[in-house]
Design a protein. Structure first.
Length: 158
């Protein structure tokens, strides 16, 4: 299970809208000060993703939740999105090269195969995107931000 913490934006009728901040894969090693990838990540805008997840429990804005998605589903999605266009590009380029024996035909075939692969990947992604195994789920719910302060200041604990 791939897990990530997210912040609740809103919760209505059993559906929570969450914001996940993308963490950079670098910055933890000793070379992060001189690493080109680390410098580019600092220069770029902070990116966050918003997603909707079913939640039986009522949530409040600002509350933190841990969401997860099955590793197998994530790997299948990545293979669909990355490999299908690549296979289309290579296969069509090879076919056109074999039929016409020119580089221009291979380039045009590769372009057409890549575009066709993207379109096919989009079609399959729309079909499987609503299946339950491809949906993120809430694994943990942290206490709402206000409940921490209420619990510390309650007279019963003094």
């Amino acid at each position: 299970m791939i897990k990530e913490w997210a912040t609740v934006i809103s919760w209505q009728q059993g559906v929570a809208q969450l914001r996940c901040e993308q963490r950079s894969g670098c910055g933890s090693c000793h070379a992060s000060g001189s690493c080109g990838t680390s410098i580019l990540n600092k220069m770029g805008p902070d990116s966050s993703q918003q997603l909707k997840v079913e939640s039986k429990h009522p949530l409040v804005p600002g509350q933190r939740v841990e969401v997860g998605i099955a590793e197998a589903s994530l790997i299948r999605s990545a293979l669909l999105v990355y490999m299908l266009p690549l296979v289309g590009l290579i296969a069509c380029a090879a076919l056109m090269q074999g039929w016409f024996n020119t580089d221009l035909a291979a380039a045009c075939g590769g372009l057409a195969g890549g575009i066709g692969g993207f379109m096919l990947a989009r079609f399959f992604a729309q079909r499987i995107g609503n299946e339950r195994e491809y949906q993120p789920v809430i694994l943990q719910i942290a206490l709402p931000p206000s409940s921490f302060y209420l619990r510390q200041d309650s007279p019963a604990e003094r």
